[in-house]
Design a protein around this ligand. Structure first.
Ligand code: SF4
Ligand code: SF4
Length: 299
């Protein structure tokens, strides 16, 4: 596959592109999708298409070169498409798909998708060779080199600064007030699990939240039960969440999950010097230990 890709790849460096040139990126994606499907390098291309309202974007799954015209890329393309690779229904892991034949997949990979692929490789869900990455970079570490670079986007620094500002405001609150503030947020949760369903790192076959023998997490959406659910989920994602923000975007009651996840990411970086999604050659922070760790529990 590597040879075929080299033959058709766009040669270029990230800085050869204009940032956020949506039409140019879409044109490159369409051209590459046609090449990959027509030359049978892959069976399916997963990307973004325009939604029913003519504005928003929606994931699309192309199997024929004639469908490539549907591919778009712009500021509405926020979904973390790596979600479709893994888990009980994932193209690369679903038992019913594997029983037939494992499809060869190409993925439109924005920076957050590239960082997710790094995490999924580290966690042995996929290998680098399993997927052709049509990469869109942002000038920051991405941990994995795309097979074909199709463009460059600018990081959303205003949004990042706003999240940091809100975290700082929370940190400045007395602990009891902060606790109450989070309880207020969690009390809104209706336990629809959209945040879990959209997250590529929630690929467990059986989520602890769905188990009932034993029932680790009560299902009714009381404040206490919701607090347990969100605390367990936050810890499950420590050192793994790459900060795509999809869980917050899909939450129907606007719980600010980004604040929680970003704070946990920052803690992981400060404690272990580890940033999820930026290095494929090191184990994730909580998957490793040092024998000279000063804490006794390691020995
Ligand atoms: S998406 Fe929002 S409402 Fe639904 S379970 Fe997650 S936090 Fe709760
Ligand atoms: S931001 Fe949310 S959806 Fe994205 S990786 Fe982190 S926990 Fe998952």
């Amino acid at each position: 596959m590597a040879e075929e890709l080299r033959a058709i790849a766009w040669e270029s460096r990230a800085d050869a592109y204009s940032e956020n040139d949506w039409a140019e990126i879409a044109a490159r994606l369409q051209k590459e999708a046609i090449n990959l499907l027509a030359n049978r390098v892959v069976d399916i291309v997963i990307g973004y298409a325009r939604s029913w309202d003519g504005k928003r974007a929606t994931p699309c799954f192309l199997t024929d070169p004639s469908q490539a015209i549907r591919l778009i890329f712009d500021e509405n393309c926020t979904h973390n498409l790596a979600k479709f690779l893994v888990g009980p229904d994932g193209y690369l892991t679903a038992p019913y798909r594997l029983a037939k034949k494992r499809p060869r997949v190409a993925l439109v990979a924005a920076p957050w998708v590239l960082r997710t692929v790094v995490g999924l490789i580290q966690e042995h869900q996929i290998t680098r060779e399993d997927v052709v990455l049509l990469g869109i970079v942002d000038g920051r570490p991405i941990g994995v080199e795309p097979d074909i670079r199709v463009g460059q986007v600018a990081p959303n620094v205003e949004q990042e600064a706003e999240v940091e500002r809100r975290i700082q405001a929370l940190e400045e609150m007395p602990v009891i007030e902060r606790w109450q503030w989070w309880d207020e947020q969690f009390s809104k949760c209706i336990r629809c699990y959209a945040c879990r369903q959209v997250c590529p790192f929630c690929y467990c076959e059986q989520c602890i939240a769905d188990e009932n023998q034993p029932q680790w997490i009560e299902r009714s959406s009381t404040t206490v039960n919701n607090r347990v659910w969100h605390t367990i989920r936050a810890f499950h994602l420590v050192g793994r969440c790459i900060g795509c923000g999809e869980c917050e975007r899909v939450c129907p009651v606007n719980i600010p999950l980004n604040l929680l996840n970003t704070k946990m990411r920052r803690e992981t970086q400060e404690a272990f010097g580890y940033v999820a999604g930026t290095r494929v050659d090191v184990p994730p922070a909580l998957f490793s230990f040092r024998v000279d760790d000063p804490d006794e529990f390691v020995r």
